[in-house]
Design a protein around this ligand. Structure first.
Ligand code: BDR
Ligand code: CA
Length: 310
């Protein structure tokens, strides 16, 4: 089987950890690099967590590169209330002893994209600072990336403000740089990721598997669960596993062609992903597909299968 070469860019919080774990178990996927970015937590935490999670699942061979420690222009806004002060909801896992990469994320990503000659799929699941920096520093990278499967934004509503989703809110200027770059984007906004949840039975099942990876799941998700309860949602939304599982199972998702523009000026609407869905007014030169529906059962079953396999 020809594997899909994938690069994952993550602000390694608790649902990012699930996404990395699931990705590591997909036979269809070749994880050719991971980069860390500040977002849910500091760059230092995100970088360490990505390395430690990959080590926990036996994938020390996957190199992790450090990226941006703050957004392009504005100050960093983190999500300790949801991801804890260490980014893993307070769960402690062994430190990875893999060699520490010092090459910057955007340079390493550029080299890898060139190596794969237009075949590389990039899955950003945090603020888009590293990807935007790569585009600004290496403009021809747009010719080498096959597509960006991004978790971010919301066609309706938000989870930080009434208009903005976290990943876009943290660095809207970076997001707008990415959406106008010309790279093909598949966007997984809150509209679909809130349907991509593990319910209480799924959570109990994974927590009972009794292996070191399922123990991390059991020990890291309390704050996220409580945050979702505050928003009147039960279960755990696995936002960041959406672009990962879409990459190998696009048939589980339903999307629509559209243009996306990010509001970087407004006060109330700051960080909003404005779409031209269902209107005759179309944004020019934006190559996006926005995903709004998911086969939740297949999605949740694949996540459970991943955790059972350790
Ligand atoms: C996104 O924000 C982060 O808190 C999650 O990791 C996910 O990437 C959801 O809005
Ligand atoms: Ca994330």
């Amino acid at each position: 089987m020809k594997k899909i070469p994938v690069w994952i860019d993550t602000d390694t919080g608790v649902d990012d950890a699930v996404a990395l774990i699931v990705a590591s178990t997909l036979p269809e996927m070749d994880i050719v690099g991971v980069s860390a970015v500040a977002g849910n937590t500091s760059l230092e935490n995100a970088f360490r967590n990505a390395r430690d999670v990959l080590s926990l699942v036996g994938r020390k061979d996957v190199k992790v590169y450090p990226g941006a420690d703050k957004p392009l222009i504005i100050d960093l806004f983190t999500a300790e209330k949801v991801h804890g002060s260490n980014g893993l909801g307070g769960a402690i896992i062994p430190l990875s002893d893999a060699p520490i990469e010092t090459e910057k994320a955007w340079d390493a990503l550029y080299e890898k994209a060139k190596e794969y000659k237009g075949e590389l799929v990039v899955c950003p699941v945090g603020p888009l600072t590293n990807i935007a920096t790569c585009i600004i520093k290496h403009p021809d990278v747009v010719d080498y990336i096959k597509e960006l499967n991004i978790m971010g934004g919301a066609a309706i509503g938000g989870n930080v403000t009434s208009c903005a989703e976290f990943n876009i809110f943290v660095d809207p200027q970076a997001a707008e740089t990415v959406f106008r770059s010309g790279i093909k984007v598949n966007l997984f906004p809150l509209d679909v990721t809130i349907k991509a949840y593990l319910d209480d039975d799924d959570i109990a099942e994974i927590s009972s598997y009794g292996n070191k990876v399922s123990d991390l799941f059991r020990d890291s998700n309390d704050l996220l669960y409580k945050a979702q309860e505050r928003m009147s949602r039960s279960g755990l939304c696995e936002h960041d596993s959406c672009p990962i599982l879409y990459t190998v199972h696009p048939e589980w998702f339903e999307g629509h062609e559209c243009g996306i523009f990010v509001e970087t000026q407004g006060t109330i609407t700051f960080g909003k992903t404005v779409t031209d869905l269902w209107t005759d007014f179309k944004f020019e030169d934006r190559h996006c597909r926005i995903y709004l529906d998911i086969n939740r059962e297949s999605f949740a079953n694949r996540i459970k299968e991943a955790y059972r396999s350790f």
